[in-house]
Design a binder for this molecule. Structure first.
Ligand SMILES: Cc1cc2nc3c(=O)[nH]c(=O)nc-3n(C[C@H](O)[C@H](O)[C@H](O)COP(=O)(O)O)c2cc1C
Ligand code: SF4
Ligand code: SF4
Length: 272
């Protein structure tokens, strides 16, 4: 990617050069406008920092598609107290209404999630949205079948909660998918394992953004084990070729909402 600088607007402040992720923008001087060092276009990760931090609106990435946006919320509009309260109020949701979350709402959440950080701005995380509640239920059933096999084979050390989960299921409690109408699975390319970290960050964005739409979420570690160990479940998910699931998350409108922020440990910090 290269950059275009409007000479009428550029104040030669040098900010674009300082903020560039890979320091590939030549510092501006009286003789020339900022520009990407010769031959370094290929190193650019299209992070857009040069464009976003330019105080004069003088710089644009050369790729005209997928534009940068104005920041419309003034600085300080979301106070630390309010943001802190919002984050502390998020809870894992384990009871769901059967009302469907409209696809447009899910798209709006994902439109926020796409701004999650990713290594080298790679943006390689993709999504499987299971919107059909019957499919979510089928995943829960198949996961329990796998846990049941572990119990029957005396292999439950592998999943210490296996027999508890099977018992709960047999009593009519969907302890895997919690009766949630929807599930989202972040998936990555099999040959890019490091992007697993990006997927976890993106899912964390998803659960925070979802909360602002009144949508509750819950990570499903219990199903992840089955995805990893039971090939028939992976086949059922039918992810695009060459992709591997990182983590599933349930979501839907909460039936019960927390009245308190629960207690949590204080941070253990070492100062140097
Ligand atoms: C990696 C991970 C896996 C989890 N797996 C499950 C799960 O399988 N089932 C479940 O009910 N909750 C699961 N949770 C939710 C945690 O139990 C929950 O985050 C924790 O108890 C704190 O509660 P809070 O999210 O309401 O603050 C998981 C959370 C994480 C981060
Ligand atoms: S988009 Fe990012 S990496 Fe590319 S020139 Fe601008 S700041 Fe540097
Ligand atoms: S940040 Fe903008 S105004 Fe400053 S030197 Fe770069 S292009 Fe010019």
């Amino acid at each position: 990617m290269t950059i275009n600088v409007n000479s009428n607007l550029c104040s030669q402040c040098g900010v674009c050069s300082k903020v560039c992720t890979y320091s590939i923008i030549e510092p501006v001087d009286e003789m020339q406008l900022p520009r990407v060092h010769e031959g370094m276009d290929a190193i650019c990760v299209s992070c857009g920092h040069c464009e976003a931090f330019c105080p004069s609106g003088a710089l644009m990435l050369a790729d005209g598609s997928n534009k940068a946006h104005e920041i419309v919320i003034p600085k300080g509009a979301i106070s630390p107290e309010n943001l802190g309260h919002f984050l502390k109020s998020r809870r894992s949701i384990r009871t769901y209404k059967q009302t469907q979350v409209p696809r447009t709402t899910i798209e709006s959440i994902l439109d926020i999630v796409r701004y999650a950080p990713s290594g080298g701005n790679s943006q390689l995380v993709e999504w499987l949205v299971i919107h059909d509640p019957h499919v979510v239920r089928e995943i829960a059933e198949r996961t329990i079948d796998w846990h049941r096999e572990l119990v029957n084979n005396g292999d439950s050390m592998f999943s210490p909660y296996a027999s508890m989960m099977v018992d709960a299921w047999d009593k009519g409690n969907d302890i895997i998918c919690r009766g949630a109408p929807h599930m989202i699975i972040a998936h990555i390319a099999e040959n890019k394992p490091m992007t697993m970290i990006d997927a976890i960050i993106a899912l964390t964005y998803f659960e925070i953004a979802a909360q602002a739409f009144g949508v509750g979420t819950c990570w499903v570690g219990a199903a992840l084990l089955a995805f990893q160990e039971q090939p028939s479940i992976l086949e059922y998910l039918n992810l695009p070729k060459g992709r591997t699931p990182v983590f599933p998350m349930l979501f839907g409108y909460p039936q019960n909402t927390p009245q308190l922020i629960p207690r949590r440990n204080f941070p253990h910090v070492t100062w140097r």
